[in-house]
Ligand binder design. Structure first.
Ligand SMILES: CCCCCCCCCCCCCCCCC/C=C/C(=O)SCCNC(=O)CCNC(=O)[C@H](O)C(C)(C)COP(=O)(O)OP(=O)(O)OC[C@H]1O[C@@H](n2cnc3c(N)ncnc32)[C@H](O)[C@@H]1OP(=O)(O)O
Ligand SMILES: Cc1cc2nc3c(=O)[nH]c(=O)nc-3n(C[C@H](O)[C@H](O)[C@H](O)COP(=O)(O)OP(=O)(O)OC[C@H]3O[C@@H](n4cnc5c(N)ncnc54)[C@H](O)[C@@H]3O)c2cc1C
Length: 666
């Protein structure tokens, strides 16, 4: 039987101070009591699977052993999930992703299967294609990934070099990788795990190029797992993080696949080689839109993990005296520490709230597309790009801030903060590089600005441009609603400046594309300001909406958090607000005080707030952040697992050190 340890006294006291019902907040964050119960039940089952407990911490395994262990455990996880779903309902995708962290310390080699392979079959396949591949993929009789990026191109996907040439005689596509730069590079699980992949390739029919399209390709034998003839596949080697994601490379040499393997929900190739254009060629990029939306949720979760670790640690850790002769204080009582940590909690809430409405907007566009309507697609694309970019970037900054807030111990692998950072920082690059996505949104914003100038009706997310043009800046008040308007004014002002800069360069004789490049620093700043306005506006709206349906004590805390988020960003971007809104220097002084008041109001609830994220110790994997707060004991226990502590004298002493010392003495 597992030993039950006493909970750290500081944490006990912190939990007693909490002014709201933690469970109520957990239900709210999960999306309902039922979802929480399902999640807890599943996590509890996993907790009791003996084979999932690591005898040796993963960090001490070799690259190969670590991967093999990850495959072993993911297979067990999948079996447990199948059994669970046979008896009960199908687990929600968010719950299954979350439980995955309890099993795989890093990133699962099957990550892309559920994250992109299955969704692409759903989003890009015809009903017949879905009927053929979905049941097998969902049951994991076939395992796949999403192979788009190549050595030569990741961002500019129109420049991909893998070719799929149609042969009408045999009704097949012939896949080729003509150059080293055309090799697929990066897809998760591709290295040695998957047997199928979605390959994005340039379509050629009778010598004519028809752009990039997705093809479902079997790359390994289902029995032997050997690469099929014409396939060159392998793993790309160690990275900054993603140690067990098994990212791979892939090349094709005259590799044939049947015509039906081109995913044809959008464009089609008929038997005779006739190409039928889809409603909109950008629908081929649909999986990326979906994943970008999901990354906002992932960013919320990683921020919550880091906040949980750092807040609990800050409650347990005592260091230095505030006043002479008094005991050393809990580091959470330093205002600078609260400044580092409470924004982490609020940011996670901001992203969760944003994900809630963004996901609904995504579902609405999918529904519309089913009816051949695509009016809201450009707005969704622009939103998903800037919100993915901002949420992943903020999450990276916050996780690092939480690590720093844990001092030296935050640098220990056993704190789990390094792995969480490796993950969040990767998300800034994958699924559309940060700057590139901000520029996609800027493209939309320039068009929106033009439409606003022409007096047209704008989509809801940019409607503030019309208001800004119509009215002069409204009188400043230090209320969340007016501050959000202030962020919209900053965005509108920066959008106008970027637009004017482009016009100026064009007037000076530059091509539009060169003018765009010359204005691109201003364009990304405009996009960032737009993101912040959207995040603050959405977070405030959602909080107001939910506040009426929760208990008054919880509503109060949610209100403190959203205010903290808005005031934090006001102070961070005070320079911009001074330039573009009616805020005055005196208002900034008032808001600085307000910020300090909010830190004080949140302080007694800090531990309760991170407890409400309800991230189990198995998922947190952190010596610093466990529920019981046994920080020092756990650090020591983990250190004792080091293989270097298994013998009193390491062999290197006899082999190298002893002769070296002897020589040095002479
Ligand atoms: C169901 C609930 C689930 C909950 C789960 C919760 C948590 C789970 C989290 C799970 C997360 C899973 C993560 C898994 C992924 C991890 C691994 C990573 C994988 C990858 O990285 S895959 C590869 C991704 N690659 C990219 O993102 C490439 C980036 N490049 C591009 O997207 C494009 O090339 C481009 C956008 C930069 C430019 O394209 P292009 O040159 O063709 O286009 P233009 O710039 O010329 O624009 C032309 C017009 O098209 C519009 N456009 C562009 N893209 C889209 C789009 N996607 N949709 C709609 N419209 C689009 C432009 O806006 C232009 O329009 P305009 O009107 O002409 O201005
Ligand atoms: C951990 C991880 C997992 C991944 N998993 C997958 C996967 O499963 N499947 C898959 O297909 N891919 C995957 N990728 C690849 C990923 O999608 C690409 O790396 C990403 O889209 C960026 O493309 P790139 O590497 O070509 O960067 P580049 O485009 O070469 O970027 C380099 C620099 O150039 C700048 N730049 C490029 N174009 C422009 C422009 N138009 N304007 C201004 N600046 C520009 C960028 O801002 C950046 O600073 C993964 C990547 C990582 C890191």
């Amino acid at each position: 039987m597992a030993t039950v340890h006493k909970i750290n006294e500081d944490l006990v006291k912190e939990r007693q101070k909490c002014t709201f019902n933690v469970q109520e907040l957990t239900y709210l964050l999960d999306g309902g009591e039922e979802v929480t119960k399902e999640r807890r039940e599943f996590e509890n089952i996993l907790r009791n699977v003996k084979e999932l407990q690591d005898e040796v911490p993963e960090v001490y395994l070799s690259h190969k052993e670590r991967y093999e262990n990850a495959v072993r455990k993911t297979c067990i996880l999948q079996n447990v999930r199948n059994d669970f779903e046979k008896k009960r309902e199908v687990l929600s995708p968010r719950n299954i992703f979350r439980a995955g962290y309890a099993v795989i310390k890093d990133v699962s080699p099957f990550f892309l299967h559920n994250g992109m392979f299955v969704p692409t079959i759903i989003g890009q396949g015809t009903p017949e294609q879905q009927a053929e591949w979905l049941p097998k993929a969902k049951a994991m009789a076939i395992i796949g990934t999403y192979a788009q990026t190549e050595l030569g191109h990741g961002t500019f996907i129109r420049g991909l070099e893998t070719t799929a040439t149609y042969d009408a005689k045999t009704e097949e596509f012939i896949l080729n990788s003509p150059k080293v730069t055309s090799y697929k590079w990066w897809p998760g699980g591709l290295g040695t795990t998957v047997n199928h992949c979605i390959t994005v390739a340039q379509l050629y029919i009778n010598g004519k190029k028809y752009g990039i399209h997705p093809f479902i390709v079997q790359i390994r034998d289902l029995e032997t797992h050997k690469p099929l003839p014409g396939i060159k596949v392998g793993e790309i080697g160690p990275k900054m993080g993603f140690a067990t994601a098994n990212n791979g490379f892939l090349g094709f040499q005259n590799f044939r696949i049947p015509r039906k393997n081109m995913l044809m929900k959008n464009a089609q190739v008929l038997k005779d080689g006739t190409f039928v254009k889809g409603m909109n060629e950008k629908l081929t990029y649909g999986t990326m839109v979906m994943v970008r939306v999901n990354i906002v949720s992932d960013s919320a979760f990683h921020t919550a993990m880091a906040a949980t670790i750092a807040v609990r640690y800050a409650a347990v850790r005592h260091q230095s005296q505030l006043k002479a002769k008094e005991p050393e204080v809990q580091i959470i009582d330093y205002l600078t520490q609260q400044h580092k940590l409470f924004i982490a909690i609020a940011t996670s809430h901001a992203f969760s709230n944003t994900y809630t409405w963004l996901y609904q907007a995504y579902l609405k566009v999918v529904e519309d597309l089913g009816k051949q309507k695509q009016d809201h697609l450009p707005e969704l694309h622009a939103l998903s790009c800037c919100l993915k970019a901002t949420s992943s970037r903020d999450a990276g900054v916050i996780v690092e801030q939480c690590r720093l807030a844990c001092g030296g111990h935050g640098y220990m692998a056993s704190s789990n903060l390094p792995i969480i950072y490796g993950y969040t920082t990767a998300a800034i690059t994958y699924e559309g590089e940060h700057t590139v996505l901000l520029l996609q949104t800027a493209r939309y914003l320039m068009k929106a600005w033009m439409s606003a100038l022409e007096g047209k009706v704008l989509a809801p997310s940019v409607a503030y441009l019309v208001d800004w043009l119509k009215s002069d800046k409204q009188r400043w008040q230090n209320t969340p609603e007016v501050i959000v308007k202030g962020f919209q004014h900053v965005a509108a002002g920066k959008i106008k400046d970027a637009f004017d800069a482009i016009q100026k360069h064009v007037k000076a004789g530059k091509d539009y594309e060169d003018a765009w490049n010359l204005a691109s620093v201003q364009l990304i700043k405009a996009s960032e300001a737009h993101s912040r306005a959207i995040l603050c506006d959405g977070y405030l709206r959602e909080t107001v909406r939910t506040s009426s349906s929760v208990s008054p004590s919880l509503a109060k805390v949610l209100n403190h958090l959203v205010q903290l988020y808005i005031v934090y960003w006001t102070l961070e971007t005070a320079g911009d607000l001074l330039v573009y809104s009616n805020i005055g220097k005196d208002d900034i002084a008032v808001l600085k005080e307000k910020y300090e008041e909010l830190l004080a109001l949140i302080r007694p609830n800090a531990v309760g707030l991170v407890d409400a994220f309800d991230i189990s110790d198995e998922i947190l994997q952190s010596t610093l952040g466990s529920y019981d707060g046994r920080v020092y004991e756990r650090l020591m226990e983990e250190a004792m697992k080091s293989p270097l502590n298994k013998e009193p004298v390491n062999q290197s002493f006899h082999k190298y050190l002893k002769p070296f010392i002897k020589k040095a003495k002479l």
